[in-house]
Design a protein around this ligand. Sequence first.
Ligand SMILES: C[S@@+](CC[C@H](N)C(=O)[O-])C[C@H]1O[C@@H](n2cnc3c(N)ncnc32)[C@H](O)[C@@H]1O
Length: 455
Amino acid sequence: MIAPITLPATGCNVGKCQDKGDGLRRAERCDDVLGRDVHPLGVDPSAQQTHHSAWPAVLTRIAGTLSEVADIIAGRTTEHTAPTWSETRGWTSFLRELSDAQVADCEQRGLHRCAHDLPKMPPTLAKLCSDVNQCLALIGVSRPPSADNGLSPQSYSRVPSRKRAQISTLVSLSHELMRSSTRVVDVGSGHGHLTRLLRASLHLDAMGIERNTSLAKTARELAGPDGPRTVVADALVDRPKLGPGDFAVGLHACGDLGDELIRMALDSRVPLLLVSCCPQKTKARERQPLSSCGKRVALRWPRDVLGLANLSACYGEGVDRVRGAMTARETRCAVRVFLAQRGIHVSLGETSQGVNRRCFTKDLEVAAAHVCRARELEPPSRHELEQARADGKAQFALVRRFSLPRDALGRLMELAIVLDRACALEEQGYAVRVEEIFPAATTPRNLAIIGWPSR
Ligand SMILES: C[S@@+](CC[C@H](N)C(=O)[O-])C[C@H]1O[C@@H](n2cnc3c(N)ncnc32)[C@H](O)[C@@H]1O
């Protein structure tokens, strides 16, 4: 039996709501947005009550918005011709006429967040942007957990800098959540940094589960003889047994593993902290919803569409990173033009056949040389490269513009999948928080599910 735990109250960023942690006031404002009676998003688990849940209402609202644009979600924009959905909605000339600076701003912040700065936006697109903003605002941002988690700066010495803030937050959150747990099980533990530091900070038994043998080997080396154990196992095939006293953690538990972690927690009735990522990493052709609510709203997307919920050039990630991703996409476009000049007509995805996709982050000359080698073609001439560079740039300028409405839906899809998982927990008697626990600059995959059995 898991004893009650005291959780930090979280602020609300719903619409005009000014609440900074008082669940009841926040709930009143959430009513406004949802247009129905909902429970406070932040449930006090120490109350140990069966509660009327908010997440199905939020998921239903988001699924409604997404279903109206199912045709946009269905097809990635890779062509420089206007997509049918843009033509039928009358958005094409608006998108074509955006300046380069406006496009860069939308790529950086998201079209939905730029709508107010784009007065010529067609009303139907402005309405979609407004719906997306309202839905995203239904999720709270965690109050930063106490930085004092007992770990010295030296503890992080083997942790890559991009992971440090993530791990520090998760360790601090775990301090607040794991009052009655005796062991932490880190599923998809990678190099084992989180497992190691959770154990060092919490002074509890800790175990990592990792299917990649080489990562597990590194984790064991880093842990040393007194550190946590890492078990090599594919959690989808050989599900770890959890039991009373366990606390399940998954930091960027990707694709199917995220769904599996929910099932594992439910089967053993243990609390969990899950930060999801990469929903497209699934064996199934189509992700199936876990929750009854997800099934009711038909939350199903094919694998090739799920990548949208994991946009790599992600809002808030920093100008350089977004610009870098866009330059790579432009180079890819130019390589495709170059291949077409040679009579080889391929889709954008097929340009990377036989090469490491990272070659597109290099200059066109380097990328085209790699592609030629992989396809046993003569290297490109200067003239071919100049032509491909110019045509690729012109084509990519249009692809970028036509990509904006679809890209603006990615975060909402990600949230819908997270909420499907949250609903699955709630339907089985869990109290659940769903929050952004890191700033996007730390990692754009920052949505956490914090769940604990409440009955
Ligand atoms: C995105 S990485 C995150 C690693 C680590 N938690 C971190 O945050 O640095 C996901 C990890 O989960 C592991 N993984 C994916 N599916 C798995 C499965 N079915 N069973 C065990 N490990 C899995 C991968 O090998 C990878 O190391």
